[in-house]
Every structure is written in C-alpha cells, then in structure tokens.
Design a protein around this ligand. Structure first.
Ligand SMILES: O=P(O)(O)OC[C@H]1O[C@](O)(CO)[C@@H](O)[C@@H]1O
Length: 521
C-alpha cells in the first residue's frame, strides 16, 4: 500500500462539498438543534470519552461528503501505511511509528527488515528499572544521597511533551521535583539551577539529534555548574541522555549505560511515548507512565479500525477542514477546563503547526488552498476573563474544542459543579447566542427600558459559533494518553486530506542556519 498524492480540491467530494456549502451556509446551529435527536446523532461515546460534535455548522450530508473526501484521498490506506511502518515521511526517508511505542500486540513491525518491537520492550524495561531505582532512593548521587530533583534538558518535542504530561499528571506524582530547561536564554537555566543541590539532582538530556544549540548550551552550562562541586567521575551518577546520536553523547561524557535510545522512526513532536518520556516515568512512576501509553494505544486501535463515521480523530479532523477550507476560519482554540492541562495548548501548537504548516504538497507543488490550522488556547475558566470576548462577539470565526472531566481529582464537588456549569454555559452561549428580542426583554424586566435604544446592539450575541465537547470521566494517565493520541491522529488525518507531509519540519531550519552564521560572524 502507498499513499495517494491527490489534490483534495480536485476530488469529486470537494466539488460536492463546495455546492453543499452554498446550500447550508445560512443554516445555524440553532436551526439544527430543532431536531431533538441532534445531540445523540452527532456524538460518539468511546469508553470513558464522550465526543459531542453537535454544535457545529454541519448536517448529516456534510459529514457524509467529508467522509467521502477522506475515502477519495485514500485515508484508510494511508492509516495502514503509517501503522505498518511504511516510509511515509518521504522527505526524510523514514517510517513514522510512535504508535509502535505504545502497542501491546505481538505483531511484528519491520523497519529496514528488522522487527522493532523487541528494542521497544528493552527500552521500556530500562525506563522501568531506572525509574524504580531513582524513585525508591536506591540510586545515589556522588555524596551518597538519594535524588530529589530531576531536570529535563531539551527543547521542542524533547521538552513540550514531557513537560505537558508531567504538569497534567501532577496529581499522580511522587516526591521528586521535576524541572524543565529549554530556552537558550541563560536566565532560564540560571533560574532553575539556583533552586538545585548538585548532590541530589539528576539531569536528563533529551535530544534526538544531540546537535540542538539550545539543549547543548544548557547541558554544558549545567555540567560546568555541576563540576564546580563534583568531579567528572561523578557525571554517571547525575547525567543521563536520550538520543539517537551515540557519538555526541560519548563526547559529552555520559556513560553508555546511562543512554536511553531514540529512533529515527519517532518524530520529535511525537516522542513522549519513547524514552523522551523518561522524566514522566520518573515523576509519576512507571506504572502510570505505562497507563498513559495504554490509553494512547486504545485510541490507536479505535483510529485504525473504526469506520470513519464513528472515528473520533477522523470526524474532528474533517470538521476542522470544513471550517479551515470552506468557512476560511483562520484559527482554532483548544480550551481545557482543567488547570492541570494548562500546558496542552503550547504542546499542541508544536504538534499541529510544525506538522501541518506546509505550503508545498506531496508532489512538490505549491499549494493553492489553505492548510495547517493555527491553534491557540488556555484553560477555562481563566480564559473566559481574558480572550473569550473576541470569540463570542468578535468578527472572526473560531471553532473551539472544550475539554472537560466529569469528576475532579480532589473531589471539591462544589468547585467542580461551577467549573462544569461554565464549560457548558460557554458552549451554549457560543452556539445559541442571545437575540435582540431576548436582550430587549432582559433590559425591560430589569428596569432598564430607557437603555434599550443605546445598549441593545452591544448586548446581542449572534451565536452560531462552533465547538466540540471532549468529555472524559476523569483525568487519569490513561485518559490523558487517549486525548493526546486523539490529537496526533487528527494531525495525521489532516495531513493526508491536505496532501502534505506532516512529519518533516524544514521550516525551522533557515532561522537556525542564520543564527549560526550570525554567531560565527
Ligand atoms: O530533539 P532535538 O534533536 O534536540 O530537536 C528538538 C526539536 O527541534 C526541532 O527539530 C525543530 O524545532 C523539533 O522538531 C524537535 O522537537
């Protein structure tokens, strides 16, 4: 099997969607909600996850045509190509197999004729035994003390994923303090170092290439700081690395036993499931880390096997393409109603925008249609007091994903009721708005009849602003794994629909080159 390189705008389904768009453009979410079955017909329950996509400007025909588009561009075949290890990252001549990292099946996956499953299992065992030693206190620093602090040194995919997961799973964490250093701005590393005791700190240097300027600079600075109180013979007790570049690690002085593997077939921004997630396992323990992987695998199986009509990542990807390419929506918001997920939007910005921010198609031709959604967001309810004004009443169409949990973790039910009332209240406000008649009545009944003439237009909410409800029972490592994998598959699906390569990132190179030139000049 291989991927079809089809310009989506030249498909039959796209032509039909263009006509269909003209037909339903004026129909509002409120109109759709006259159908009592709307919610039920436009929702998918998948274990502990409910995805309700009823508050969108779509009807059954829209979904039918969008799934036809997915079929016409060969999405099913492309999914199989990815999962089976074909070289779908053509421009880098690599397979894309983050899904293999969380697979519990015995089915072999071949890369260059070799089954990669055994090496994944070996790496997982190494992560487990190392995490157990550090967490239990058996792993000692150079003065015989147990480790108290972990510092992850990395950037981009070698930072954002682990940082986001560690923050999201704070509730499940152990006694270790986890820190993340990423920016080449020396003030970042200085602020972290000043809190640390070299005797009790473990540094995890994460860099797929081990050539990244930011990571190497921070690692050098930290090593020099460490060597002020310790010797080079103490480095093995305090420095470990995750990388594909064994020579560079050796030059840095890290011993072979302290190297965790990374592979070419794992993209940086999809790497938290590999040893790049070591700081996650250290922070919450291996069992929770494994549960995160298992949750992702559940979503993988769903994505790989479910019909498009019931396939959560596919449906969300299609709806997003609908707004991006037909409504010309410029951005999408991700709005988690959980403070734990405060780093999810930043994580998704790299995952989504580094993957699908491409202007050349898989044939190498310049693209004449819109690709790559701009994604942004923040946690509810804080963002209601920040940017939601624009989302509710501004001139831009901003489809939004509302992510929530039925249960809170500390069981403060009174708070959680309020949080979720806001969660649903915001979506209802976006969808159904407030009419001039309603505002009129409201002003009248509150004794403000005299203000109707001046205030009425400003208090109207036109509504018809789309949102998806992504609701889990509870924030657990497993449900978080599911959520992240959902977005990964949405990214892949959109890449296929837009006929772009989602797994390279040449767009970040030029800036790096020019910075290096400037440094040398
Ligand atoms: O893990 P490395 O090789 O240090 O790369 C870090 C990041 O840099 C990039 O290559 C470009 O920003 C990302 O894709 C990657 O996650």
């Amino acid at each position: 099997m291989s991927m079809k390189n089809i310009n989506p705008t030249k498909t039959v389904a796209w032509q039909k969607l263009t006509e269909h768009f003209q037909d339903i453009q004026k129909t509002t979410i409120k109109d759709y909600y006259k159908d009592p079955n709307r919610k039920q017909d436009f929702s998918i329950q998948f274990g502990d996850l409910l995805v309700d996509y009823s508050k969108n400007r779509i009807n059954k025909e829209t979904l039918h045509l969008l799934t036809e588009l997915a079929k016409e561009v060969g999405l099913k075949e492309a999914i199989e190509s990815q999962f089976s290890g074909e070289v779908i990252n053509v421009t880098e001549n690599r397979a894309v197999l983050h899904t293999a990292l969380r697979s519990n099946s015995d089915e072999p996956i071949l890369v260059d004729g070799k089954n990669i499953k055994p090496q994944i299992q070996t790496a997982l065992r190494k992560i487990k035994s190392f995490s157990n030693k550090v967490i239990s206190g058996k792993w000692k620093g150079y003065t015989g003390k147990s480790i108290t602090d972990i510092v992850n040194i990395g950037i981009g995919g070698s930072d954002l994923g682990p940082d986001m997961i560690v923050e999201s799973l704070k509730f499940y964490k152990n006694q270790l303090n986890t820190h993340f250093v990423s920016n080449v701005d020396g003030d970042h590393v200085s602020e972290i170092i000043k809190k640390l005791n070299p005797e009790t700190t473990l540094f995890v240097i994460v860099s797929k290439t081990f050539t990244t300027q930011e990571t190497l600079s921070n690692a050098e600075t930290i090593k020099n700081w460490f060597l002020k109180s310790a010797t080079i013979f103490d480095i093995p007790k305090h420095f470990v690395a995750v990388s594909t570049n064994l020579d560079a690690i050796d030059n840095f002085g890290i011993s072979k036993e302290n190297v965790f593997p990374m592979w070419d077939w794992v993209g940086g921004r999809f790497s938290l499931w590999s040893a790049v997630g070591l700081s996650i396992s250290l922070s919450v323990g291996f069992d929770h880390y494994k549960a995160l992987l298992d949750g992702a695998e559940e979503m993988d199986l769903h994505f790989r096997n479910e019909d498009f009509e019931q396939n959560i990542p596919v449906i969300l990807a299609l709806i997003s393409v609908w707004y991006n390419n037909f409504y010309e929506a410029e951005t999408e918001a991700v709005l988690p109603y959980s403070q734990y997920l405060s780093k999810l939007p930043a994580y998704l910005q790299q995952a989504i925008m580094e993957s699908n921010g491409k202007g050349v198609d898989r044939n190498g031709d310049k693209i004449e249609y819109q690709t790559g959604t701009i994604v942004w967001g923040s946690t509810g309810t804080n963002m209601q007091h920040a940017f939601m004004q624009l989302v509710h009443q501004g001139t831009k169409l901003i489809p939004a994903d509302f992510i929530g949990y039925k249960e809170s973790l500390y069981g403060l039910t009174d708070h959680h009721k309020k949080l979720m009332a806001n969660f649903y209240g915001q979506m209802d406000a976006l969808s159904f708005g407030k009419t001039a008649e309603e505002v009129h009545l409201e002003l009248k009944s509150s004794g403000n009849e005299d203000k109707i003439a001046t205030l009425l237009p400003f208090k109207v909410f036109e509504g018809n602003r789309p949102s998806n409800t992504i609701l889990f029972d509870k924030l657990t490592p497993k449900s978080l794994g599911k959520l992240v994998a959902l977005y990964e598959h949405k990214i892949f699906t959109q890449g296929i629909l837009w006929n772009i390569y989602s797994y390279d990132q040449f767009g970040v190179e030029l800036g790096k080159e020019l910075a290096n030139k400037l440094l040398k000049s």
